[in-house]
Structure formats: structure tokens, C-alpha cells
Write a protein that binds this ligand. Structure first.
Ligand code: GSH
Length: 366
């Protein structure tokens, strides 16, 4: 696969940034195109079944969506250089870290961008110019529309009330401390080479935490090694890396796994309970933070099912190792807490070439 990939999205978008990091590290050529509304939105819905960003078009004309499934597809089609480690237990931890970065760090990333006027004015102007530029509407109105849309979809409107602000910021501050320890001792999350775990973390970091003015200043002051990692990943080609593949999970990942066990998995379970009860909004107290009126997500029910599936397909020996690690860090019990997952029939059918509207989640305002 040598012909360029046409990636459609935004150059300040979370998941677009994740795929850009993936393509660069993997050594795949791509060109980035800004989605223009309303035309591109309609076209993407027609081609893929849902509107979201990013999407991409392969040289043979096929369209793809969902960064997680897109990466898995490329890793199968083009196995070298591998970003998913060959050791199955380490690979499982990569999937878990990727999912946590995709779906849980989304919340503090959205908070820092849209809660503070400094971030909201920068991003609102950028997105209005990038996506709504051709609409015959005054610029000030487009920018105000963007700020309102994102705040009512992703911050206030996704359960982050004034009382939750300090708690959401504490998630980020703890994360920085954990990552700073790791990146002071090695270049990538799992060792000497970048893996899917780094790509997952590039979603929240590359186009959000290390771009938006408020969190960027926090990183500069508190976690310079994390800032270095953001740039290092962007500037790394896996094919140039001489370090060996990780064949065990570094012990200093423990605090990250504990955050997954204490925060992310309990949130996924609260979401499962809401979807099962037919509630589109739910309240949850997670890690001492009260979220009020968080939006339900069918996509995140599927995320939990995927994590379980990834565990179940592990070879027996790896399964025992992973179970022990998850138990040690408080992830095992919440991973299986909900007995039945309210998935819809065929929910993920067609991915990554077609997505069902049943997959629309809390990170989409459609
Ligand atoms: N699971 C999807 C999530 C993509 C996603 O949520 N993208 C956001 C922007 S970064 C989006 O399109 N939101 C739609 C909206 O704001 O309406 C992926 O991994 O690609």
C-alpha cells in the first residue's frame, strides 16, 4: 500500500491527530483534508453510515471510519513495522490503554478546551474557519455557534457541572505525574519503541493537551518529559527504531492501570447501566467526582465488550498473566462487573468500512 491515504478531519481534532500520529510512526503517506460543511458531512454519512471525524479514503476508493478499527485493519494488512506488540499480554495492555485514552481522557481534554475562554475562543475560531468557512453567515456567529455546540455537547452538556471541574482537572494532573515518571526513564510508554499505547495517548495529547493554551502551560511547568514525548512520537518512524519490542508490562504502568480500574471502568459500568435502563442521561459518582447528566453512549458499551473480547481471545498463558495484572491493579472486578452488556444486534457490523448509527456515542453530538 504505497498510494497516499486521504484523511478527512480537522487539524485540531482528537481522533484525527491520533490517526496522523499512527500514519507517521507507521510510515504510511497520507494527506490531510479539512472537512467542509455541510457538503462533506452529508457525503460521509452516505459513504459510511454515520458522520464523524476523521474518516479516510483509500487509493482504491474505499472509505473507512473509527480510528480503533482502522488501526487494527492496517496492522493486519501491513504487519511491519508492528505497532501492536507480538507478546499477547502486552498487546492486551496496549488495547486497554488505547481505549482509556480514547474514551476517558476525552473528558478532561474537552473540558480544558471548551471550559476556559482562552481555549474556547482559539478552538471556536479555528473550527469555524476550517469547517464553516464557506457558509454565508457572519464570522462572529459561526464562532459563537461552535463554542455553544461544543460546550453543550461535551462539557456542561456531558455531566461536567461546576462541582466536577476540580475533579476532572485532578484526573489530568495525576495523569501528568504518572506519565512524567515513565517518560523520564524511557522514550515510549512500553519501552524503547512506540506502540499502539503511545498512539492511543496521542489522541488527547497531540491536538488537545499539548495544543490548548491552559493545559499546555500546565504540561510545560509540571511535565516537560511528557511534552518531549509528544514531539518525539510525532517525529519517530517505527522502522528506524532499533530497540526491541516490549515483552513484558513495565511495573511503573501500575498507577495508570489503577486509574483505569478506579475511574474508567466504573464509568463504563455506569454507562452500561444507563443504556440498559434506557436512560439517555445519567448521574455517576466516579473516583470522588460527581457527574450530573452525562450522556449515554452505545459506542462505549461496545468498547467494554471489545475489551472483554480482547481478553477472551488471549492464549491461555497470557490470559493468566493478564488476569493477575488486572487483579493487582483493581481492573479485574470492574471489567466483569456488569453481567449483560446491552449491545444491539449487528452494532459493529461493517467496521471499519461502514458504521451503524447504533455506534453513535457520547463524543458525538449528532
Ligand atoms: N470512535 C471514533 C470517534 C471519533 C469522534 O468521536 N470524533 C469526534 C471529533 S474528534 C467527532 O467526530 N465528533 C462529532 C461531532 O462533534 O459531532 C474514532 O475512533 O474515530
Amino acid at each position: 500500500m504505497t498510494a497516499p491515504i486521504a484523511l478527512h478531519g480537522s487539524n485540531i481534532s482528537y481522533f484525527t491527530g491520533k490517526l496522523e500520529n499512527y500514519f507517521r510512526v507507521k510510515g504510511l503517506d497520507y494527506t490531510l483534508h479539512a472537512m467542509k460543511f455541510p457538503g462533506d458531512g452529508k457525503r460521509i454519512e452516505r459513504e459510511l453510515g454515520v458522520y464523524q471525524m476523521p474518516v479516510l479514503q483509500l487509493a482504491d476508493g474505499r472509505w473507512m471510519t473509527d480510528s480503533t478499527k482502522i488501526i487494527q485493519w492496517f496492522e493486519t494488512e501491513q504487519p511491519t513495522p508492528a505497532l501492536i506488540p507480538a507478546n499477547p499480554a502486552v498487546a492486551f495492555i496496549c488495547y486497554l490503554l488505547e481505549d482509556y485514552a480514547d474514551e476517558w481522557l476525552w473528558r478532561p481534554a474537552m473540558h480544558y478546551r471548551w471550559y476556559y475562554d482562552e481555549g474556547a475562543h482559539f478552538a471556536g475560531r479555528h473550527l469555524a474557519d476550517e469547517h464553516l468557512g464557506s457558509l454565508p453567515v457572519p464570522g462572529a456567529l459561526k464562532r459563537a455557534f461552535m463554542r455553544h455546540r461544543q460546550r453543550s455537547g461535551y462539557t456542561r452538556g456531558d455531566g461536567i457541572t461546576a462541582d466536577a471541574v476540580a475533579g476532572v482537572e485532578a484526573i489530568f494532573l495525576r495523569l501528568l505525574e504518572q506519565l512524567e515518571t515513565i517518560f523520564r526513564s524511557r522514550p515510549f510508554l512500553l519501552g524503547e519503541r512506540p506502540t499502539l499505547a503511545d498512539i492511543g495517548f496521542s489522541g488527547p495529547f497531540f491536538r488537545h493537551f499539548a495544543l490548548d493554551p491552559v493545559p499546555l502551560e500546565v504540561i510545560r511547568q509540571r511535565a516537560p518529559a511528557v511534552l518531549e514525548w509528544v514531539a518525539r512520537l510525532w517525529n519517530t518512524r517505527a522502522s528506524d527504531c532499533t530497540g526491541s519490542e516490549p515483552d513484558s508490562v513495565p511495573t511503573d504502568l501500575g498507577p495508570l492501570l489503577e486509574a483505569i480500574g478506579n475511574e474508567y471502568l466504573p464509568y463504563l459500568n455506569a454507562n452500561v447501566a444507563a443504556v440498559a435502563a434506557g436512560k439517555k442521561r445519567f448521574d455517576a459518582d466516579i473516583g470522588g467526582v460527581g457527574y450530573r447528566g452525562a450522556r449515554y453512549s452505545r459506542y462505549r458499551v461496545w468498547c467494554l465488550a471489545e475489551l472483554r473480547r480482547q481478553f477472551e481471545v488471549l492464549p491461555e498463558a497470557a490470559r493468566a498473566d493478564v488476569q493477575a495484572l488486572l487483579q493487582q491493579h483493581g481492573c479485574w472486578e470492574p471489567l466483569w462487573q456488569e453481567k449483560l452488556l446491552p449491545l444491539l444486534p449487528g452494532q459493529d457490523e461493517g467496521l471499519p468500512f461502514r458504521a451503524s448509527t447504533k455506534m453513535v456515542g457520547a463524543n458525538e453530538t449528532v
